[in-house]
Write a protein that binds this ligand. Sequence first.
Ligand SMILES: Cc1cc2nc3c(=O)[nH]c(=O)nc-3n(C[C@H](O)[C@H](O)[C@H](O)COP(=O)(O)O)c2cc1C
Length: 183
Amino acid sequence: MAQYKIAVVVGSLRKDSFNKKLAHALEKLLPAEFSCTTVRIDDLPLYNQDDDGNQSAQVKRLKGEIAAAQGLLFVTPEYNRSLPGVLKNAIDHASRPYGQNAWAGKPAGVIGISVGALGTALAQQHLRNILAYLDVPVLGQPEAFIQAKEGVFNPDGSIGEGSKKFVQTWLDRYVAWVKTHVG
Ligand SMILES: Cc1cc2nc3c(=O)[nH]c(=O)nc-3n(C[C@H](O)[C@H](O)[C@H](O)COP(=O)(O)O)c2cc1C
């Protein structure tokens, strides 16, 4: 049985999302003692503090999935030099009500792919800022900024030859990061 359950949070809702593809490719490269659940964020209401005392079933589901996980993996595009609103909305939901932050203490990795040359660097930086406040220990190095270029993925969705070693190195460090924190 998997020892380390990872909640994967993808910042794109797009059907053919590069980030969904990247998340799936990463999941397949994780060792056998890791299992992943991609948390659903597309049906969450817009965060409204008035609802803190009466969170919707979707929000409760999200918080339950995060609570059940030992680690977090954020895979996000960059929208207008930041993280997508849908991802921030999910983060805000699971951080509340005050004092019941579901993210706290869960070791996390942050990675992303975008068409721009900076490969989500600014989105990741903003996300790191938010996660620091939420008491989430995020893997610092190596950073992984991936540009969606020809050949990044093989036709079967796996990571292409040119990026394979780099991605595996990142993943190995992520695995070690989770194990260090979970014990
Ligand atoms: C609203 C919006 C803003 C965007 N802003 C950026 C940006 O700041 N930097 C960047 O590299 N790409 C930007 N893009 C392009 C995305 O990298 C591209 O749409 C990518 O495919 C999104 O990730 P996905 O394939 O996982 O949906 C933007 C796209 C959208 C729709």
